[in-house]
Design a protein around this ligand. Structure first.
Ligand SMILES: [Mg+2]
Length: 221
């Protein structure tokens, strides 16, 4: 029997097409919590405390009876304010954004967090985006609407936008928006990774991929 040549290890999911994943990409739409910023959220516990079992926490809260809705929203905002105080920058986040900028890509932050928390975190960590879209816009994941709006504000077709996030909401929203590639980071769920175009255990992995594949135009092949 013929011995098959061993493939050189390259990326976590070693498919030839992945090398072209960034071709034509002009902008990157990034999630914040869990992707660029680590905030101590225990979402299952928070959902239980707020009494929400809707797949979208925001929709679940908005669907509560009016008397309860306001109180639960205030409770969530207090939890978020506490998490914001303890938040840390994910290793490699600043370097990743600098790398994407250096590659000539526009950057948008699309987060389900509030405007106040988001602005506080961006200021604390010195992060800068061309467009910042929070849930205060009235648009939030897993709907594709915030990603489409961010792409529109950047003046880039959604199909020319890469989307980076850490959750099933991010993957679902990016798919529906037609973003390409859809990139999952920092989530060990193999089933979710299979729904993304690319998956990386950490931001360093994504950085290596960008360094190797972006800006190779004219190299042929
Ligand atoms: Mg996230």
């Amino acid at each position: 029997m013929e011995e098959r040549p061993r493939r050189l290890p390259r990326f976590p999911r070693d498919e030839l097409l992945e090398a072209q994943a960034f071709d034509g990409v002009r902008a990157v739409l990034l999630d914040m919590d869990g992707t660029l910023v680590d905030s101590p959220y225990d979402w299952p516990a928070i959902r239980e405390r707020l009494g929400v079992d809707h797949p979208s926490l925001i929709d679940g809260l908005n669907g509560l009876p009016e008397a309860e809705r306001e109180a639960r929203w205030r409770e969530l905002e207090a939890i978020e304010a506490g998490a914001t105080a303890w938040a840390t920058l994910v290793e490699g986040a600043r370097e990743l954004l600098e790398l994407l900028r250096a590659a000539g890509l526009s950057l948008a932050l699309v987060t389900n967090n509030s405007e106040a928390n988001t602005r506080a975190l961006l200021e604390r960590f010195g992060l800068d985006f061309d467009v910042v879209l929070t849930r205060d816009s009235g648009l939030y994941k897993p709907s594709s609407a915030p990603l489409l709006e961010a792409a529109h504000r950047l003046g880039v077709p959604p199909g020319r936008c890469a989307a980076v996030g850490d959750s099933r909401h991010d993957v679902a929203a990016a798919r529906e928006a037609g973003c390409s590639p859809v990139i999952l980071v920092r989530n060990p769920d193999p089933e979710l990774a299979a729904r993304a175009d690319l998956a990386f255990a950490d931001l360093r992995g994504l950085m290596r991929f960008v360094e190797i594949t972006v800006g190779r135009d004219g190299e042929g092949g």
